[in-house]
Design a protein around this ligand. Structure first.
Ligand code: CTP
Length: 420
């Protein structure tokens, strides 16, 4: 619920700035109070007058305006809000935020605020993909800035790709979701001060992540392209909410996440052993891309080329299904078993079928078809399927894997708050 929430809308420069007018109107239509800061560059695209008309409030722009400073200092401005929303967020303002610059009222307020910050980036695709922007986004994500990922499409500059400001309706939905989650987490432990930030304290979690390597001989293996980014982010997000978390990780190139105990596993069988040893837990999230097959026999020496050039025949055996095994673990079954469904077509239907087939409670279904860059990439578009009925499926906008992880961890916290 956005009703009665106070949003400080920071509008930075860029062709998408005109959409901030619609955004301000929509946020107010949902009952929010909107106060805006317009940067100097932003004011080249929208006038303070139109923004003032749509927010129904004075528009702030000049750090050194004496009246603004005496009536409303930048510190108060940034703190008399429940959420600071930067939309559109240009590459420039994101870089300044990442580096803590305070060169104008917008950046000063962003540095001074003690409130949650959400950004909706909009820029040219090359700028969005540039290593500098990637690094700035990673810095901001690590500081818990929520990113509303830009959309893909044709840009004002004529180029095509990712970088368009997310649809106003998606931004409003993300804001709504943010407040709903905050309210649910606050309600989870209303009496204990500070516990809203750790609603999973006292809960045990196990998460699998990454690929498996199934050896053929001492030097070769069957693997897959899973990077482990999503699973690792989920383990970190559960730990951030206070869960005692064990991450069973396949071979990945990622550092062990902070605050999590990590068990390294190579094969599906190793992974199953590590997960079973951790049970019972309250929640299991099986995000690993477990190899479905292994070599029936692993050669003890390197398989050599034959003189007649016929390739070796490798007979495969099916690996254990860790998710299905955990879901069928009898009295050791976790209260909440969450699986992933990596699909390339009919994502939701296949996800629902997989939920039933594996006996898990929730499925996070994602589209991994070529072109989505989900495998190895930093973003994910998922559907959270919590039951067989249509209204038990939530489709989330394209988000960073960290944001998907945070939302999933929040959903887990809400679940335990509702069914303690
Ligand atoms: N999974 C598992 N053990 C396996 C295979 C999959 O725990 N041996 C889990 C994954 O971690 C994921 C879910 O099952 O949570 C679904 O994985 P996915 O690869 O989408 O499905 P598969 O079971 O492999 O089915 P298919 O490849 O036929 O779609």
């Amino acid at each position: 619920m956005i009703e009665n929430r106070r949003i400080l809308l920071v509008v930075s420069g860029g062709i998408a700035a005109y959409k901030s007018l619609d955004l301000a109107r929509e946020l107010r239509r949902h009952g929010a109070t909107v106060r805006a800061i317009l940067t100097e560059a932003g004011a080249r695209f929208v006038t303070p007058l139109s923004l003032a008309a749509l927010t129904g409030d004075k528009v702030y722009g000049d750090l050194f305006s004496l009246t603004d400073e005496s009536e409303m200092g930048h510190i108060r401005l940034s703190r008399e809000a429940d959420l600071v929303l930067v939309a559109p967020a240009t590459a420039d303002i994101l870089a300044k935020m990442a580096h803590g610059l305070a060169t104008d009222l917008a950046t000063t307020a962003l540095l001074a605020t003690d409130k949650p910050v959400m950004v909706a980036p909009a820029m040219n695709v090359r700028m969005w993909e540039h290593a500098a922007t990637r690094a700035n986004m990673a810095t901001l994500a690590a500081r818990d800035v929520t990113v509303i990922a830009p959309a893909v499409g044709e840009m004002a500059c004529g180029e095509e790709g990712e970088g368009r400001l997310a649809d106003v309706s998606d931004i409003v939905a993300a804001v709504e979701d943010f407040f709903d989650t905050a309210a649910a987490l606050g309600a989870a432990n209303p009496t204990e001060g500070g516990s809203a930030a750790a609603p999973l304290r006292g809960r045990r979690a196990v998460v699998t992540s990454g690929p498996t390597h199934e050896p053929l001989d001492p030097v070769r293996f069957i693997g897959n392209r899973s990077s482990g980014k999503q699973g690792h982010a989920i383990a970190a997000a559960l730990a951030r909410l206070g869960a005692d978390t064990v991450l069973v990780s396949g071979p990945v190139a990622l550092p062990d996440p902070v605050g999590v105990s990590v068990v390294h596993a190579e094969t599906a069988e190793d992974m199953l052993r590590a997960v079973s040893a951790r049970l019972p837990v309250d929640v299991a999230v099986m995000a690993a891309a477990v190899g479905d097959w292994r070599a029936r026999e692993v050669a003890s020496h390197k398989i050599k080329k034959r003189t007649d050039r016929t390739p070796p025949r490798i007979e495969l055996a099916e690996n254990p299904d860790i998710l299905a095994a955990v879901a069928a673990a009898g009295n050791k079954r976790p209260r909440l078993v969450i699986g992933f469904a990596a699909e390339t077509e009919d994502v939701i239907a296949q996800g629902r079928a997989k939920r039933a087939a594996k006996g898990c409670d929730w499925i996070v279904a994602n589209d991994v078809s070529p072109g989505t860059s989900v495998f190895g990439g930093d973003e994910n578009t998922v559907h959270l399927i919590r039951g067989a009925d249509e209204d038990q499926t939530e489709s989330w906008p394209r988000l960073s894997k960290d944001a998907v992880a945070a939302r999933l961890a929040d959903a887990v916290a809400r679940h335990f708050a509702a069914v303690p």
